[in-house]
Design a binder for this molecule. Structure first.
Ligand code: S3P
Length: 168
């Protein structure tokens, strides 16, 4: 069984995914971390040196070639479900959970971590706010195709409890 966590950058997919996997005894994979390990480059370097289309192909390839395991929790990248029909593939091979966070919370979190996000690192505050608002609206119809949704605006323990209620 695969549980795929989807949602915008900064929504908490990796943090919650790790805790979920630990709680249910599944293997945990972070798709971005897997790409970095296999490609021997950071996501930022891949974007800068090879461009977004190359990254999107990598994302699809490593999604479809996840390390063999019986049971996995997979934290995907913010764009993963929205490119190359990856969402259809994930739906075939598992269940999807949309980790949803408000724009204001995404803004606060991404202001802190944006330097490691190649799509965001060149934005000032105003631009970041506008990007979140525009791209979230574009991607939400895709994210909303998930089987389950949790709001990650609450504290982490509450979000984990909600996740466990779907998974168990
Ligand atoms: C991206 C989100 C990132 C990473 C890449 C592209 C996106 O993942 O995959 O920088 O398109 O929104 P996170 O959701 O972990 O930030």
């Amino acid at each position: 069984m695969n549980w795929f966590l989807i949602g915008f950058s900064g929504s908490g997919k990796t943090t919650l995914g790790k805790r979920l996997a630990e709680s249910i005894g599944y293997d945990f994979w972070d798709l971005d971390a897997l790409i970095e390990e296999r490609e021997k480059q950071t996501i930022t370097e891949i974007f800068e040196q090879k461009g977004e289309p190359y990254f999107r192909n990598c994302e699809t390839f490593y999604l479809k070639h996840l390390p063999i395991s019986k049971n996995r929790v997979v934290a995907t990248g913010g764009g993963t479900p929205c490119f190359n029909k990856n969402i259809d593939w994930m739906k075939l091979y598992g269940k999807l959970i949309y980790i949803k966070a408000d724009e204001a919370i995404l803004f606060d979190r991404l202001t802190i971590i944006k330097n490691n996000r190649p799509l965001l690192n060149h934005f000032n505050s105003e631009e970041l706010k506008a990007y979140i608002s525009i791209v979230l609206k574009q991607r939400e119809p895709c994210y909303e195709q998930a089987d389950f949704l949790i709001e990650s605006n609450k504290d982490e323990d509450t979000s984990l409890k909600e996740l466990l209620s779907f998974v168990k």
